[in-house]
Design a binder for this molecule. Structure first.
Ligand code: GAP
Length: 338
């Protein structure tokens, strides 16, 4: 919608961009879905019954604290303001009094924070009312959990095994920005790896190692990655870390790895009334598998590739030029005769 001024929600990819994006997807899909005997793929829908998001906890907890500048009335995420202050000053803010509005510069004039839902709403059917209210998925993960029984039956997999999915997700982000770093429409490549309870920490460490190795193999510099282990965990996790990449605006999350326990499968079992378990023929018992998730944004990965590849070179004749030094496996053009 650029010719109409855009909506600051999403970006379009042109003929070369779409190839680079497809190569990112292919690198992931080939490596983690096609070439592994313990992985299968899935393509689940974007619009799911509302109950899915009630069971997953998104309706109740997928909220961000929002504050409004009393001077210019711009609404901003409080956690982002506090993070930016700390990144700039090297220490946490003592309160909102210290924080200046990035829009108008007024310092410390904020409303009390209010929770704001990040779910993107849509109305299905002939009337726009509560009955037709649905949400666009904010993560592809739940489509995997609700299909657990179908996949186990159809593919005859037994834990440990994983289900991978690539697809669009939508979040009503309050402060989209940094180009394609944070948008309202974006694409995720997610994998849920189901394992026996008690083995999840082993798999968590395994996936940390393997996902980092995948990034590093692209050749964008091992020093440009680091883990950021979470101290404050989401309601569904017993361990979590981010893989961060050195962007021009600091180390930022490109991928999340979460040990989600049996939270999601158990919640869907509780809310749907359907049994969602794995029957282990060796132990002759049913159990709810634990899940380790890896989740990376295609667009965010795209941004890390562009940031890393952009170089300015000084030539011997004194002039300079801009060169995109893209990692070979991702480059849309591998070779050209001009
Ligand atoms: N299923 C877990 C999950 O969605 P997340 O940490 O909220 O976890 C995972 O998101 C990844 O998705 C992030 O590391 C990031 O790469 C990408 N992502 C999340 N929100 C995004 C947004 N608004 N714009 C672009 N990418 C986003």
């Amino acid at each position: 919608g650029e010719i109409y001024g855009g909506s600051r929600s999403a970006w379009d990819y042109g003929p070369l961009g779409v190839e680079l994006k497809e190569n990112i997807r292919q690198q992931w899909w080939q490596r983690f879905v096609r070439s592994r005997a313990d992985m299968v793929g899935l393509d689940s829908s974007v619009i799911l019954p509302r109950a899915v998001w009630e069971a997953s906890g998104h309706v109740a907890t997928f909220t961000d604290p929002l504050v409004e500048c009393l001077s210019c009335h711009k609404r901003l995420r409080q956690d982002h303001l506090l993070e930016n202050f700390e990144a700039k000053k090297g220490r946490p803010a003592e309160g909102m009094e210290e924080i200046a509005c990035p829009n108008c510069g007024t310092r410390g004039e904020w409303t009390e924070p209010q929770n704001f839902s990040g779910l993107m709403k849509t109305y299905l059917g002939p009337v726009d009312n509560e009955e037709g209210l649905h949400f666009l998925r904010p993560e592809t993960a739940q489509g995997i959990f609700v299909n657990f029984n179908n996949v186990v039956t159809a593919s005859r997999k037994r834990p440990p095994f994983g289900i991978g999915q690539i697809g669009k997700s939508f979040r009503n982000e309050i402060t989209p920005g940094n180009f394609i770093f944070r948008t309202r429409e974006f694409e995720q490549m997610e994998m849920q790896f189901f394992c026996q309870p008690g083995t999840e920490m082993k798999w968590f460490e395994y996936w940390k190692k393997h996902r980092l190795a995948w990034h590093e193999a692209l050749g964008m510099g091992d020093d440009n990655y680091r883990f950021h282990d979470h101290e404050k965990l989401a309601h569904y996790a017993n361990a979590a870390t981010d893989i961060e990449f050195r962007m021009p605006f600091g180390f930022k999350e490109v991928e999340g790895i979460h040990s989600r326990t049996d939270f999601d499968l158990s919640q869907h079992e509780k809310f749907s009334g359907r049994q969602i378990k794995y029957f282990d023929p060796e132990r002759n018992e049913n159990y709810t598998p634990y899940d380790v998730e890896t989740s990376i944004g295609v667009d965010r990965m795209f941004l890390s590739v562009m940031c890393h590849s952009y170089t300015e070179e000084e030539l011997e004749n004194g002039s300079s030029r801009v060169v995109l030094k893209l990692p070979e496996p991702l480059a849309p053009v591998k070779c050209a005769v001009l």
